[in-house]
Design a protein around this ligand. Structure first.
Ligand code: GLC
Ligand code: CA
Length: 567
């Protein structure tokens, strides 16, 4: 299958990754929580879709304050998901189907229930004393600095036993690890080797851009203070590249892995440093710039709609910057983001826009990530009650907005548009009530109420479904080197409705992608430079229309077409 790249160590450049949110994928043992055997049950489905790699969100032992991103033991699994034997079985079955599996690596912080933290907080001089970031209070008990935690409140919590504060960029139950401590780094590398030897194929590294802190712990400027962000002194810190190069030497270079770093607050210049092959750090990073184009005055939890010109500018910057050195990862959504159709497409033209979003993303240069359900064109979940939200981030925002006296309708609207729970509703496998084949008992979180229309069984029956469009996109990537390697060029940067770009391979093969983001029928004039003497053939059309290349194209709402030439 992997035929396009001669250098097989770069297999991840031709791969498509599918993200599985384990607790919401499939429940095999009737407790309302997705599990490892549920994933095994659905491997034939994933094989049919054609993806190469699964990324599993954290499956380790955890008190689940932040849905598994608070790990209390790196070597044990969350028993709700299954046993180590179940996981071995999943790995074996996946590998037999030529599907690789990467795990989430959460090493910026642990749970406060991790043994390391339990020891560390006891005294200044135990074996783990220096595993976390401890600071003395100011003269009058003040906090060490003004950093805020992502989920609200200050980033510091006081522990009477040590008479010190510890740092947490997220919830107080997620104390920050101290990467300055060599013993801690050695323990993490050991754990990584354990999982790679166990058979996993790589890692998605949670907030890896935060692991090295500026040791002077400077105050953040005002805009970053409490309940805003902690990043000023915490992101892309002085030793982050040194640590990742060490991790590469100690662990990664001895295995054939896919590594992707989640790197909040990282720009495209910094991304090159993380992903340039010659620097031996990571294969690719998740950037957030396109996630920020619809932030409003209240940040993420706002009802601002993105505009296409901004989206094109951001994608183009990253495509251009990482075209020769480094490598892009491509995504519309994940477990922290709302659904792509609602956010970047149109619920009214759900199927059309879902296909077009798929086309745009998969035709860019980089490794595409599909978040579970995206291949069905899932939309955000309209919960009836604010009390139905489960996620710590959303709950804290609801509290904050209620305290600020914002109207209930507005709070409901932004929760609907931005809550992480939009992504976390169970996979709808069938149209059957009440739990859509996900489980036969009440799931841990509400179903998206639209499962009778949006579900796997119906998608598989319908040859024009979003599912088969994604299947085609994945197959094309495996067949056509131009999709993996071709150089990206943007056209019509200022067009507010249409996203037009080309990909050009060294052998002259070209792709031309024309994608409408409009709910209206448009007449689109193809840029003159592209009309010339190329012989454009339709490679993929999101609609059933039989379009031929023409200098004037009539585009249906959210229609996208990929043309190809080989002259
Ligand atoms: C990452 C995860 C998110 C989690 C946070 C803290 O952003 O994707 O789900 O809450 O890190 O670990
Ligand atoms: Ca279960």
């Amino acid at each position: 299958m992997m035929t396009t790249n001669e250098d097989s160590s770069k297999w991840w450049q031709q791969a498509v990754v599918y993200q599985v949110y384990p607790q919401s994928f499939q429940d095999s043992n009737h407790d309302g929580i997705g599990d490892l055997n549920g994933i095994i049950n659905k491997l034939p489905y994933l094989k049919k879709l054609g993806v190469d790699v699964l990324w599993l969100n954290p499956i380790y032992k955890s008190p689940q304050v932040d849905n598994g991103y608070d790990i209390s033991n790196y070597y044990e699994l969350n028993s709700d998901y299954g046993t180590l034997d179940d996981f071995k079985h999943l790995l074996d079955e996946a590998h037999q189907n030529e599907i690789k599996i990467i795990l989430d690596l959460v090493v910026n912080h642990t749970s406060d229930q991790h043994e390391w933290f339990k020891q560390s907080k006891k005294s200044h001089d135990n074996e783990f004393a220096n595993y976390y970031i401890w600071k003395d209070p100011g003269e009058n008990g003040e906090l060490p600095n003004n950093w805020g935690a992502t989920f609200g409140g200050p980033a510091w919590t006081y522990v009477p036993e040590r008479k010190q504060y510890y740092l947490h960029s997220f919830a107080p139950e997620q104390p920050e690890l101290n990467w300055e401590e060599p013993k801690l780094r050695a323990a993490i590398y050991k754990m990584m080797r354990y999982w790679l030897e166990f058979g996993v194929d790589g890692f998605r590294m949670d907030v890896i851009s935060l692991i090295s802190k500026r040791q002077d712990f400077p105050d953040a400027d005002d805009s970053y203070a409490y309940s805003k962000r902690y990043y000023a002194g915490a992101s892309n810190g002085p030793r982050v590249h040194e640590f990742l190069q060490e991790m590469n030497r100690e662990v990664l270079r001895n295995f054939n892995t896919l590594t992707v770093g989640e790197t909040p607050n990282t720009n495209s210049d910094q991304a090159i440093l993380y992903t340039d092959v010659d620097r031996h750090e990571l294969n690719m990073v998740f950037n957030f710039d396109h996630m920020h184009i619809d932030y409003g005055k209240r940040g993420k939890f706002d009802n601002k709609r993105f505009n296409l010109v901004d989206l094109k500018r951001v994608f183009t910057e990253w495509q251009d910057k990482l075209s020769d050195r480094g490598w892009n990862s491509l995504y519309w959504s994940n477990h922290d983001q709302p659904r792509a159709v609602t956010r970047f497409g149109s619920e009214k033209y759900r199927i059309e826009s879902a296909k077009t979003l798929g086309t745009v993303l998969h035709m860019l240069k980089g490794t595409p990530y599909i978040f579970q359900g995206e291949e069905l064109g899932m939309t955000d979940a309209k919960f009836d009650l604010l009390a139905d939200y489960q996620d710590i981030e959303t709950k804290n925002i609801i509290d904050l907005y209620q305290q600020e006296g914002l109207p209930e309708d507005y709070i409901k609207e932004v929760a609907y548009l931005r809550s992480r729970d939009n992504a976390r509703t169970p996979m709808p496998w069938t149209s059957e009530s009440p739990y859509a084949g996900f489980s036969d008992v009440r799931p841990w979180i509400k179903m998206n109420p639209n499962y009778p229309e949006i579900n796997v069984a119906d998608a598989l029956k319908n040859k024009t479904s979003v599912f088969y469009h994604y299947q085609k996109l994945i197959a094309l990537r495996h067949e056509l080197p131009v999709i993996v390697e071709g150089k990206y060029t943007l056209y019509d940067a200022d067009n507010e409705d249409v996203f037009t770009f080309t990909r050009t391979a060294n052998d002259g093969t070209m792709l031309l992608v024309i994608a409408s983001f409009s709910e209206s029928v448009l007449t689109y004039s193809v840029p003159e430079k592209l009309v010339g003497n190329q012989q454009w053939q339709v490679l993929l059309d999101s609609s059933a229309s039989e379009i031929d290349f023409n200098s004037q194209l009539t585009l249906q709402p959210y229609q996208s077409i990929v043309f190809m030439t080989t002259n």
